[in-house]
Design a protein around this ligand. Structure first.
Ligand code: PGA
Length: 257
């Protein structure tokens, strides 16, 4: 498969860190840093911090804003949920979907992930669909089987020419927050599995032009190994994004020009 040129994307995932009191400070500190222009830089903040992040950004577009989750209908009797339409009010351009922490702690299923991804796409927000095998599955050699099933389920309701392009994040559960990053060559193989599932549902053109990024213990020391690996179009960064200066350094390392 010939992977088409796609701009590298780096997404900071704060997870459940930084409420509105701290979110603005992170954005301001990050924007004071020298930031590379040839990357898409995104920050995924908690829902309650979107307003503060937006206010600190003003009209600036770097970093772009992402949500960490989103529900599958525009409104309705769904206590506690947040819809894509609500996210749009903050200028959110991306949303994570199906992060393993949500699958593990909140029981999110492949079916829910598929519905959320489709609703986001219909609203014009790019779904960043997270997939990845856990440690037991990895040890049993089931990476490809797990990814194939998760990807196929997640794209069931998506359109290849939808309003916003889907992105996949390969995040092996055993590499998240453990300091045991997946070797780039193994990530490359996983990304190939993801692209072949996309190809099967759509076609090779869609597969070649869908960004697939890696996540799991990425930091400024190893980012280069990933962004220089064919088929790896960026990274989803948790722990190493909490310090705005460290994340800015990671961005500059990924794109030293
Ligand atoms: P990590 O998290 O960078 O802290 O491993 C990545 C993620 O879960 O998105």
């Amino acid at each position: 498969m010939e992977i088409g040129f796609m701009k590298t994307i780096l997404i900071a995932n704060w997870k459940m860190h930084y409420g509105p009191m701290k979110a603005g400070g992170w954005i301001r500190a990050f924007r004071r840093e020298r930031l590379p222009k040839d990357l898409d830089i995104v920050v995924a903040v908690p829902h309650v911090s979107l307003a503060a992040a937006r206010a600190s950004l003003g009209r600036a577009s770097i970093p772009a804003l992402a949500a960490q989750d989103s529900f599958w209908t525009a409104d309705g009797a769904y206590t506690g949920e947040i819809s894509p339409a609500m996210l749009l009010e903050f200028g959110v351009q991306y949303s994570l979907v199906g992060h393993s922490e949500r699958r593990i702690y909140l029981g999110e299923t492949d079916e829910m992930v598929a519905k959320k991804a489709a609703a986001l796409q219909a609203a014009g927000i790019a779904p960043v669909i997270c997939v990845g095998e856990n440690e037991a599955q990895y040890k049993k050699g089931e990476m490809a089987k797990v990814l194939k099933a998760q990807v196929t389920a997640a794209i069931a309701n998506l359109k290849p020419d939808g309003k916003s392009a889907m992105i996949f994040a390969y995040e092996p559960v055993w590499a998240i927050g453990t300091g045991k990053a997946c070797p780039p060559q193994a990530a490359k193989e996983a990304h190939e599995v993801i692209r072949s599932a996309i190809q099967k549902k759509f076609n090779s053109n869609v597969a070649e032009h869908t960004r697939v990024i890696y996540g799991g213990s990425v930091d400024a020391n190893n980012i280069n190994e990933y962004v220089t690996t064919t088929g790896v179009n960026g990274a989803l960064v948790g722990g190493a994004s909490l310090d705005p200066r460290a994340f800015a350094l990671l961005c500059r390392t990924a794109n030293p020009a």
